[in-house]
Design a protein around this ligand. Structure first.
Ligand SMILES: Nc1ncnc2c1ncn2[C@@H]1O[C@H](COP(=O)(O)OP(=O)(O)OP(=O)(O)O)[C@@H](O)[C@H]1O
Length: 249
């Protein structure tokens, strides 16, 4: 077993190998590689422009990856996109709920996009609402929910089709400290109890525990693939990040 990532012989939730991507002359990603094991949490740390969103766009097939390999639960994103995407749940940086619809209506709409309807949808919506602890808010209009509740609702939405990997792009940004902690606790409990894996792009270091797997992305390069504790050493994680990248998060 890999002592840092905890990877065993199981098929990883996410495999990134030798992935590069350019926007004209800008090299957004350069030979990026790392693995998120099944049932694990990984924080992708990077300042603005590090390449986090580009990487997420390649994983979700918004952009086509032309070099290297991306696999979700063993399914190649380029050659088996349907199978790869079916195993992926995404929480975007921008708000993704229709504020005028109730939480249940939002979830019904997205369930139908995944081909889940009728009784199966009603049952699954009940399950995901319970998972994110929002059962009592099901008939509330989305714009009446707090920022933290909306994020939890977006996580519920991402879980509807039972993905194996959650991609969370700055899912805790813009929330107060308490709501951030609640969202992170939810992600950790989904990993522990539901067996999903999660890749969280973030630049908020206080959220992380020493044992957490962290990948530092900087100007398109992976500078570290280790644990938060090993990266921090005897200094605060933010200081270690600054020393490594030359930039404060
Ligand atoms: N559509 C695009 N066209 C040209 N350059 C782009 C495009 N998207 C991203 N870039 C450039 O690619 C690099 C990586 O950007 P990216 O958005 O992936 O970083 P990021 O880590 O997600 O940052 P942020 O936290 O600001 O979203 C940056 O230099 C950015 O300017």
């Amino acid at each position: 077993m890999n002592p840092i990532t905890g990877a065993g012989t199981e098929v990883p939730a996410l495999t990134i190998e030798g992935v590069s991507h350019r926007f004209g002359r800008v090299e957004a990603l350069a030979d990026v590689g790392f693995t998120v094991p099944k049932g694990a949490f990984c924080a992708l740390l990077g300042v603005n422009g590090a390449g986090k969103t580009t990487l997420f766009s390649l994983i979700t097939r918004l952009y086509d990856s032309t070099s290297g390999r991306i696999a979700v639960a063993g399914f190649d994103a380029r050659r088996q996109p349907g199978q790869a995407l079916a195993r992926l749940g995404v929480v975007f940086q921008s708000r993704a709920l229709d504020g005028d619809l109730t939480l249940r209506q939002n979830l019904s709409y997205h369930a139908s996009l995944h081909g889940i309807g009728g009784r199966a949808a009603r049952l699954r919506i009940g399950e995901v609402l319970a998972l994110v602890n929002l059962t009592d808010k099901a008939d509330e209009r989305a714009n009446r929910l707090s920022g933290g509740q909306q994020r939890r609702a977006e996580i519920a939405r991402a879980l509807l089709h039972r993905p194996q990997l959650l991609l969370l792009d700055e899912a805790t940004a813009g929330l107060d400290v308490r709501a951030r902690a609640e969202v992170l606790m939810l992600i950790r409990s989904l990993i522990a109890e539901e067996g999903v894996s999660a890749l969280l792009a973030t630049h908020i270091f206080e959220e992380l525990s020493p044992a957490d797997h962290v990948v530092v992305l900087h100007r398109g390069h992976v500078l570290a693939d280790t644990t938060a504790g090993a990266l921090a050493g005897d200094m605060p994680l933010a200081d270690a990040f600054l020393r490594l990248t030359g930039e404060a998060a």
